[in-house]
Design a protein around this ligand. Structure first.
Ligand SMILES: Nc1ncnc2c1ncn2[C@@H]1O[C@H](COP(=O)(O)OP(=O)(O)OP(=O)(O)O)[C@@H](O)[C@H]1O
Ligand SMILES: [Mg+2]
Length: 520
């Protein structure tokens, strides 16, 4: 099978004739300097179906989606909308044809409210509408798709998951018939994913088309009517989705080999306390964000913080990293107090930090891979780039970062590859010896091959005696990696269990705020 456009694959939704093709791309080619991002790609999506794009980091998925919505223009090839040729010169033109994309990196204005962001750029009479009316209208759209959100909330204060909800509501508000969802679930917790999928089903039932991009193979099997696999910019396979394919087969199609995600917990005794947190509390405008948190992480130990997004995880990590000062309580790293001493002091004491928001906080988008790799390891202005280039090249190879060379600008990396740069920098330590590694959702957005690499690196760091604090909404990940699991709920630690004997149901219940036996 080589050509999607000549095949008729029926989604399980449809009985009788397949639904008409809503949007198709034919022989689409897109080249960036030094990279053939899409190589004669054929792709189509029918009304009422979910067609998934699957592929390794850098395979060309986001690029294809960007052309389908008008953000990028193909170098060659053509597109049809309901069988008619279209040429999309901009996302606005895409919208006029009912095509909208929810991006991997959000494009919201942080200072604006939810409602302002939603109506921004729409051809609505937004400027003549009263604010109250806009708020109501936005809330109504959100509500009708089961995505409730406060229209007056300021986007900058929302969690990643909530921001994504705003992006989806925005596309729906603008009347999208074809929604391109670029890794929408990467930032969602299981319950939110379920909701999103209900919403996707509601939309497909109403005849809308969904182009879905995800690295989570279980989800792909669950949600897709069809799957197209991209590799190195080319279509390498088609499978029909739900039920008729399994995750192993998809993994093999994607990376061309079997994947092993099993890890070993620390078998050795753990050493001294590296991170000590004592009675830490954080309040903002009278609201408790962190309440009286105390715990330690030892040398060679990985402690997992489980919890549903928005329960204080981000603030806990930022507080440890010295980016936020706590209201009360203390933090020490390697026996030295770091409370109120700022992020540089924390780094100098041996902290490495992978924040939740990679491109906002972790990387400088306009800088090269090389400079991003150097960013935290040497604060002198003049750096001898030549001397670190071999090291940068080694990291690019080790982390399988898909880029021409170390001078590639971070903004132009694929989502997963940008993330790998950040991980490479933080996991490789550089000048200061890492004693404590705080990582937030380290494998989010990575393909299965990269997840394997990152898990191995975390294992290695632990074996080398680093203390690791793993903060993740991916419960499976925490359950399979952490030596000890703490559950954060409404800013407090409500449950603690050794990783080995952790029960999924018990940890899940604690995450939902239900009282459990092991309650702290
Ligand atoms: N604006 C750009 N300028 C230069 N190169 C780019 C640009 N956008 C993407 N690329 C390159 O094109 C290739 C495909 O990138 P793309 O973002 O489409 O990958 P992807 O499949 O979405 O990967 P991921 O799973 O990591 O998000 C990569 O090698 C990437 O570095
Ligand atoms: Mg992408």
């Amino acid at each position: 099978m080589t050509n999607a456009s000549h095949e008729v694959v029926k989604g399980p939704h449809h009985s009788g004739d397949a639904a008409p093709i809503a949007l198709s791309a034919h022989s689409i080619t897109k080249r960036f300097p030094g990279v053939l991002a899409n190589d004669s790609v054929d792709f189509d999506v029918r009304a009422g179906e979910v067609h998934t794009l699957l592929g390794e980091n850098g395979a060309g998925k986001s690029t294809l989606a960007a052309m389908l919505c008008g953000l990028y223009q193909p170098d060659s090839g053509y597109m049809l909308r309901n069988g008619q040729p279209i040429s999309l010169s901009s996302p606005r033109a895409g919208l006029q044809h009912g095509i909208a994309m929810v991006h991997q990196h959000f494009r919201l204005v942080e200072r604006f409210t939810v409602a302002e962001n939603v109506v921004l750029g729409s051809r609505d009479l937004s400027f003549t509408l009263k604010r109250k009316n806009i708020d109501d209208k936005v809330a109504a759209v959100a509500e009708s798709y089961g995505l409730p959100i406060d229209p007056q909330a300021v986007v900058g204060e929302l969690s990643v998951g909530q921001r994504q909800r705003v992006e989806i509501v925005k596309a729906l508000y603008q009347g999208a018939e074809i929604l391109l969802l670029d890794e929408p679930t990467a930032v969602l917790v299981p319950a939110e994913v379920e909701k999103l999928f209900e919403n996707v089903h509601a939309m497909t039932a109403a005849g809308k088309s969904i182009v879905f991009i995800s690295h989570k193979l279980g989800e792909v099997v669950e949600i897709s009517d069809r799957v197209t696999v991209l590799r190195g910019g080319r279509v390498t396979g088609h499978v029909s989705g739900r039920g008729s394919t399994d995750t192993k087969e998809l993994a093999r199609l994607m990376v061309g080999r079997d994947i092993n995600l099993s890890t070993q917990r620390a078998s050795h005794a753990t050493g001294h306390e590296v991170l000590q947190i004592r009675e830490l509390s954080l309040a903002s405008e009278g609201v408790d964000i962190l309440s009286n948190i105390s715990f330690n992480v030892h040398e060679g130990e990985m402690v997992g913080i489980a919890g549903v997004a928005g329960n204080g995880q981000r603030e806990l990590a930022d507080t440890i990293a010295g980016l936020i000062s706590p209201t009360s309580g203390t933090i020490s790293i390697g026996g030295a107090m770091t409370t109120d001493r700022g992020p540089i002091a924390a780094r100098e004491l041996g902290l490495a930090y992978v924040p939740e928001d990679r491109l906002g906080m972790g990387l400088v988008p306009s800088m090269s891979i090389l400079d991003n790799l150097l960013l935290t390891r040497d604060r002198r202005i003049v750096v001898d780039r030549a001397s670190v280039r071999p090291e940068a090249n080694r990291l690019i190879e080790q982390f399988e970062i898909k880029a021409n060379n170390a001078d590639h600008i971070a903004r132009k990396l694929s989502g997963g590859n940008a993330q790998k740069v950040l991980l490479a920098r933080e996991l490789s330590g550089g000048r200061t010896v890492t004693k404590l590694l705080v990582v937030c959702s380290p494998t989010r957005g990575l393909d299965v091959g990269a997840i394997e690499t990152v898990r191995r690196l975390l294992d290695d760091a632990r074996s080398a005696g680093q203390a690791i604090l793993l903060i993740s909404e991916d419960l499976d990940e925490i359950m399979s990696l952490a030596d000890r699991i703490l559950v954060l709920y409404r800013g407090a630690i409500v449950h603690e269990t050794p990783g080995e004997s952790a029960q999924l149901a018990t940890v899940g219940a604690a995450m939902a705020g239900l009282k459990t036996e092991g309650a702290a």
